[in-house]
Design a protein around this ligand. Sequence first.
Ligand SMILES: N[C@@H](CCC(=O)N[C@@H](CS)C(=O)NCC(=O)O)C(=O)O
Length: 266
Amino acid sequence: MKSRKSKSRKRPAKPTKAKAKKAGKSAKRAPRPIELYYWPTPNGWKVSMMLEECKLPYVLKPVNIGKGEQFEPGFLKIAPNNRMPAIVDPDGPGGKPISVFESGAILQYLGRKTGKFYPADERKRVEVDEWLFWQMAGLGPMTGQASHFRNYAKKEDNAYALERYTNEVHRLLGVMNKRLATRQYLAGSYSIADMACWGWVKAINGMMSGFLAEFPNVKAWLERIGARPATEKGFKLGRELRKQAANDPKAEEERRKILFGQRART
Ligand SMILES: N[C@@H](CCC(=O)N[C@@H](CS)C(=O)NCC(=O)O)C(=O)O
């Protein structure tokens, strides 16, 4: 009878507490992707630019605002203002998910989360906040209105409104041009304040050709930021979705109905 050689199977040594702790520390879980609720517009680009700059993993959740997807109940739960962008970070504070709406709040959140483009030093942070809020309350809404009366308003009697908002955009660009006369970026180093403004200035440049000629510092700033690889990627995000939507002529009337003349929904 052949004797079976008993292979002495070595049991893996039980991990000691210290070893397990060490392994746990080094085997840090990869960050889970942030959900980005987005459509390619100046407000959306702010967040795609920041995610790209910070190299944060994210997954795109398109919100086709021309089709009314901003009113879907699931979206309204995270963005009750029926406006994109919004994010859901599965790794929020305390390791629990968090949702954030309003582009300025999202930029600040991502800046605090990563420690990037939003300085921790209070004086520097105040400067970034000043220009971020300047965008949120001024440049964005005023350019939005100028664009509405230039591109979408159908009534003939909108000359007053068009002039009013165009003048205000002109004034704001003058403020920005002065600010950028002595610095490369709005608040010293490149920050979330610049990201907030960039898409809007890009839109102005596209919409009112020649308008930036009076504001050479703004024009140089636009090009400086446009040359950043993260800007290019963030700006490109979802462009094909928007093109597809724009190519559908039947959708134009529907888009107008959805986007313009909104009133409170009860
Ligand atoms: N203050 C908001 C504005 C966002 C906003 O106006 N988003 C537009 C697209 S740029 C939108 O979602 N519009 C949908 C609608 O008008 O129903 C922010 O900065 O996040």
